[in-house]
Design a protein around this ligand. Structure first.
Ligand SMILES: [Zn+2]
Length: 322
């Protein structure tokens, strides 16, 4: 297991902090190993992950030295984004029903056991289908989802399974509210939508901006141009700017309007969609607008899982294919 710290050479205080963290770590390891031999101790032989969890130093293996990374997991036609950092983690959506297992093993391989925030952007099966299994598999601290009016609440089996899993998990359930902010160490998350009720569940998507240092990521679920306009004209318009944008609704022509792209001014746009999907996502009209914006476009149907890591200043891109 590889442990990463945001280490800058020559900074004595940081070195001291790391030295004391490491000595605390080794002492804890020694105590845990001694205790594990005693009757009644919950852990058998503690793994390094147990030790890290115990001293609250989460191991992060984003594939490089950066302490923060966004993993756009290839789940075919659907969305699942895992934000991993030394400060905690956030999962946005869990793909279709049947994707749970893949996401569980992906996240598990990163050394993660508990998830600080799960965001269920909206109740369509390509976003919440796999979440029930994922919620069962990890310790979930908070679930953020849109508050739906009775008439908008779906009665699908997938949504029921999801709600049951949330109930069983004991996680705190939070209704997404524009302007609500959440902090995980140096990682900040700001909710930008929903603002109002819509009959179109896509437009009920939780839109969130997550930042680490000077790097910003915008996640829009399946929100369409009506919501894009609503945010761009509202009091949080200035918070739309992001380096990386997850294209709304898998690159559908009903999202990623030119005026919205102009507000966000992303350097990179990630489209999460399945190869040869029946919706024709991403649509040419949307792709043309994205190209015109000057942003680089990356697609999970072509590149597989895409990892964008950050040191707080600059971004590093890695793709599974190509
Ligand atoms: Zn979708």
């Amino acid at each position: 297991m590889k442990t990463m710290f945001n280490m800058r050479r020559g900074k004595r205080t940081l070195r001291r902090k790391i030295a004391s963290s490491l000595s605390a770590l080794f002492m804890t390891a020694a105590i845990l190993i001694t205790l594990s031999g005693q009757e009644g101790f919950p852990l058998d032989i503690p793994t390094w992950s147990d030790v890290f969890t115990y001293v609250r130093l989460k191991p992060v293996s984003n594939g490089d030295d950066n302490p923060f990374a966004v993993h756009f997991i290839d789940v075919g036609q659907g969305d699942s984004v895992f934000i991993n950092s030394v400060y905690g983690c956030i999962l946005i959506d869990g793909g279709e029903d049947g994707c749970g297992e893949k996401i569980i093993s992906y996240i598990g391989a990163l050394g993660v056991r508990s998830i600080d925030y799960v965001i269920a952007t909206h109740p369509h099966s390509d976003h919440i289908g796999g979440l029930d299994e994922i919620i069962d598999a990890f310790e979930i601290k908070n679930v953020i989802m849109p508050r739906l009016s009775e008439i908008n609440t779906p009665t699908t089996r997938r949504y029921e399974d999801f709600l049951k899993a949330v109930g069983k998990s004991g996680a705190k359930v939070i209704a997404a509210k524009q302007g609500a902010g959440y902090e995980l160490g140096k990682v900040y998350m700001l909710i930008l939508s929903p603002v109002s009720q819509s009959k179109d569940l896509n437009d009920m998507s939780v839109v969130a901006r997550v930042s680490y240092g000077k790097t910003f990521f915008l996640f829009t679920g399946d929100a369409g141009s009506t919501v894009e306009k609503e945010i761009a004209r509202g009091e949080y318009a200035d918070f739309l700017r992001a380096d990386v944008l997850k294209a709304g609704h898998h690159g559908s022509k009903t999202s990623s309007s030119a005026s919205f792209l102009n507000k966000v001014r992303p350097d990179s746009i990630i489209i999460s969609c399945g190869e040869g999907n029946s919706y024709g996502h991403p649509h040419n009209e949307a792709l043309q607008r994205m190209e015109k914006s000057g942003a680089d476009i990356l697609r999970t149907d072509k590149s597989g899982t895409i990892i964008v890591s950050s040191d707080g200043e600059s971004l590093n891109f890695k793709t599974e294919k190509e």
